[in-house]
Design a protein around this ligand. Structure first.
Ligand code: ADP
Length: 566
């Protein structure tokens, strides 16, 4: 994290130091030049005055004339560079001066100067030489402060100012930092209002920051819109997934669950209290076959289907890879409950087997008797009896075929059956009347209770339904019994009840009597010309009308079957 205060302080310090260096250099230069110029003009004037004095008085330069306790050094040099006199040193110790620049210049032009830096660097010496009329050279010299010396002299002051500036910079940067940052902090604190309510005017914002804030607001609006869109899509997806009857699971390429819907949990009987998201698929379903199939999908990048029997259900799995640029990102597992279809398929197979068996039995009997007649095995007096058995078995066969055809017609959903307003009261009464002869032969009393009732139904189906129920009731009721048909309205339902005082149905068979070809007592069925298809047809007719069947039966007491249709 960068601190703005620190940055301001650093900037101020750098600017201050650069300023101080520049000002100091400038001052050093000015002081040095000023000082040098003054020395130059003084020495020059002094040299000419002394020169004139020497010329006019025709005196020799001597100790009396220039005092060596002054800072000015005087040297008299002859035209060959030999020192004739010097106020600082004994001339004997001094070397020839002919090569000194100021001496050269004086010899050439009458006067000349030069500046030489001393070895200690702290002092510069200004030399000025003039050519006297006797061809001697008078040279005056004075030491001045060098630039470094000037700089060192002002250094304490400079350092003091520098520390002062650093201190002031720290103070200013802290003050400025807070002052500059306050409006920015305000923006930060009020960002929510700014972005949601677009309250730009309520804040004291720098003009320079406005474009930035506006872009931020625009971006935020865009993001909010996109977020809303994403949320809506997610919601739609979630709604679709949770309302699907099919189970749907999404796994990543490590078989970790990314998404799972309720139907999938139900199909796999998984605990509702556990969240399977981010857990491995194996924690949800331990079945090896399905786990291996998912691996196969990942390996060959193709969809695979399979049907498994899990928790008493037949489940169809369709596993498809989720591909992106030939890379498998995961898999979608679609699950459909196939139990009903599978069971229906089993029933269909069983039915086919039953049909062939049921058809074969009367046919074998017919064949047997016919063969006996053909081979003259039957005696004259038996032929009539055999013919009657053949006829009976033939009729049974016809009944059976007839029932099978009707059953398959009812089951055939592609055939649209017409629904009309049916006066079920009259229909019931008419059918019951047709049973009078049969009932009379068994000494059974028939009773009809009801009121005028009309319902929307398929008339011929309703006739068949009542016929089959009454036929059973009379068939399975012993002599002297009572069979009652009740038809009435219990708004919004129409109720059809057939009650008998017959042999009843054992409790263990009650669940199965609506299955095709199911008979409680097969041997009895043979005598009563039964096929075991009657109640199965009833069940399908009721299902077709979206109604319900209730059975209540007690062996040796009687049976009551109630049909309820809306
Ligand atoms: P079936 O042609 O044998 O009557 P159903 O499908 O109509 O075939 O009946 C199946 C079986 O249910 C019958 O074989 C019989 O054992 C039993 N059943 C049906 N109705 C009654 C009833 N009212 N009383 C006693 N048993 C009955």
């Amino acid at each position: 994290m960068k601190s703005m205060k620190r940055k301001v302080y650093r900037s101020l310090t750098i600017i201050s130091i650069i300023s101080i260096i520049l000002v100091t250099s400038f001052l050093v230069l000015i002081f040095y030049n000023f000082h040098m110029e003054r020395t130059k003009s003084f020495i020059k004037d002094y040299a000419h005055t002394v020169g004139n004095y020497l010329e006019t008085s025709n005196l020799l330069l001597s100790e009396n004339m220039i005092y060596n306790n002054t800072t000015i050094r005087a040297t008299l040099i002859d035209s060959s560079g030999n020192i004739l006199f010097d106020t600082y040193k004994d001339p004997v110790e001094m070397e020839n001066h002919i090569n000194r620049p100021e001496v050269q210049k004086a010899l050439e032009n009458g006067s000349g100067d030069s500046i030489r830096h001393s070895t200690t660097l702290e002092k510069d010496t200004y030399y000025y030489a003039i050519l006297l009329s006797n061809n001697n050279i008078l040279r005056l010299a004075q030491e001045t402060d060098s630039m470094l010396s000037v700089f060192l002299k002002i250094l304490p002051g400079v350092l003091l100012v520098l520390f002062l500036i650093l201190f002031i910079s720290a103070f200013i940067s802290s003050f400025l930092g807070s002052k500059i940052l306050t409006p920015i902090n305000d923006i930060g604190e009020n960002m929510e209002n700014l972005l949601i309510k677009n309250e730009l005017d309520t804040l004291d914002i720098y003009d320079e920051l406005l474009p930035f804030i506006k872009t931020l607001v625009k971006q935020s609006e865009k993001i909010n819109l996109q977020l809303k869109d994403i949320k809506e899509r997610a919601h739609i997806m979630e709604t679709i997934m949770s309302n699907m009857n099919e189970g749907l699971i999404l796994v990543d390429n490590n078989k970790y669950i990314l998404s799972i819907n309720q139907s999938a949990m139900n199909l796999l009987n998984s605990s509702k209290d556990i969240s399977y998201i981010s857990k491995s698929f194996i924690t949800l379903c331990r079945n090896i076959e399905i786990n291996e199939t998912i691996d196969t999908v990942f390996n060959d990048h193709k969809s695979h289907d399979l049907i498994l029997q899990l928790n008493n259900k037949y489940i169809f799995f369709s596993i498809s890879p989720v591909l992106s640029n030939d890379e498998t990102l995961g898999a979608i597992i679609l699950m459909v409950d196939y139990t009903e279809k599978y069971k229906a398929e089993l029933i269909r197979r069983e039915f086919s087997a039953n049909v062939s068996h049921e058809l074969k039995t009367p046919l074998t009997s017919i064949n047997g008797y016919a063969e006996m007649i053909e081979n003259d095995v039957a005696k004259e007096q038996d032929i009539k009896k055999f013919a009657s058995i053949i006829k009976k078995e033939g009729n049974r066969l016809l009944d059976l075929i007839d029932s099978i055809i009707r059953l398959s017609k009812i089951e055939d959903e592609s055939i649209k059956k017409e629904l009309d307003l049916v006066d079920i009261y009259s229909v019931g009464k008419e059918i019951l009347d047709n049973f009078h002869l049969m009932a009379k032969s068994k000494d059974i009393k028939l009773e009809f209770i009801g009121s005028k009732t009309v319902l929307r139904a398929n008339k011929s189906m309703m006739e068949e339904l009542i016929y089959n129920l009454l036929d059973n009731a009379i068939k399975y009721t012993n002599k002297g019994g009572l069979v009652t048909l009740k038809i009435f309205k219990d708004s919004p339902y129409t109720l059809i009840k057939v009650v008998d005082t017959g042999i009843g149905i054992p409790i263990e068979d009650q669940d199965r009597i609506f299955e095709r070809f199911y008979m409680v007592d097969k041997s009895r069925g043979k005598q009563t010309n039964s096929t075991g298809l009657g109640l199965s047809i009833v069940k399908h007719i009721v299902e077709y009308h979206k109604g319900t069947i209730d059975l209540s039966s007690t062996p040796n007491k009687g049976t009551e079957i109630t049909i309820k249709i809306q």
